[in-house]
Design a protein around this ligand. Sequence first.
Ligand SMILES: C[S@@+](CC[C@H](N)C(=O)[O-])C[C@H]1O[C@@H](n2cnc3c(N)ncnc32)[C@H](O)[C@@H]1O
Length: 188
Amino acid sequence: MSDETNIIDDVYEHVPGMILKTLGKWFHEKARDCMSPIVEIGSCAGLSSICLGLGSRDGHRVTVYCVDPFNGGGATPEEGYVNVGVSLPQWQDNISRYGLQDICKPIAEYSENAHKKYSGGPISLLFIDGDHTYKYVKMDIELWTPHLKKDGILLLHDAGFPGVQQATEELIADNPGWRKQDFYWIKR
Ligand SMILES: C[S@@+](CC[C@H](N)C(=O)[O-])C[C@H]1O[C@@H](n2cnc3c(N)ncnc32)[C@H](O)[C@@H]1O
């Protein structure tokens, strides 16, 4: 077993979160190839942030911008989410455990406000995992995908959730500006 597999296993033992380990490993692999910033909307306790950050550190050390109000909200109870109650210090503790403070940068705001503050330039990989209701997924797509560079990767988590599915079908699926690859999208 490689060291990188071991470290992702370690992350999954110590950091709570909502992404499958196969996705965590995929993040690690894809982030290693990124040559410009990564943005994730919805960081929670930092599981996805850390997998992306570890990949970036093994690669080109690009910044992973981690957008979340860190106010203890757990997204959308009506769609089955638990309130995980994560604060910024909790996220920071988890990031520090893996020494990723220089790579994973929090933007402790709702996505729409974070977008106004973002000045990181063209994005290589955009991971949308914030509020899963249609209105907010649509907003995240509209606000953030213009920053994604050509050939950049867009991943919408929980693609089968009604809000995520509707926004994806309306804005991405039949749009010639995008092509699907496996479970993610590439900007043309
Ligand atoms: C499904 S969790 C994210 C899980 C995380 N990616 C992981 O690896 O475990 C959703 C997160 O989105 C955040 N959130 C909800 N609405 C948001 C918004 N409008 N902008 C940014 N983050 C939001 C919540 O605070 C919550 O931490």
